[in-house]
Design a binder for this molecule. Structure first.
Ligand SMILES: [Zn+2]
Length: 67
């Protein structure tokens, strides 16, 4: 997360661009912003399930703590 050479630490300051819509989001879980998570849940159940699995994997690997 913090070792991405393309991202300057000063630029992120807590906001991470969503990998789905490319917008900066303070709330970003497994790469998706809250808007996308809500959109997936409402309109794209399969993508939402895939994201949930990805998130669970991040938590298991310790990359994402406390989710
Ligand atoms: Zn998004």
């Amino acid at each position: 997360m913090c070792d991405d050479p393309d991202v300057a630490d000063d630029d992120i300051a807590g906001a991470v661009p969503c990998i789905r819509c490319s917008r900066d989001a303070l709330l970003n879980l497994a790469g998706r912003c809250a808007d996308c998570i809500g959109d997936m849940r409402l309109r794209n159940v399969e993508e939402h399930a895939a994201w949930r699995a990805e998130l669970a994997e991040l938590v298991r690997s310790g990359e994402l703590a406390g989710a």
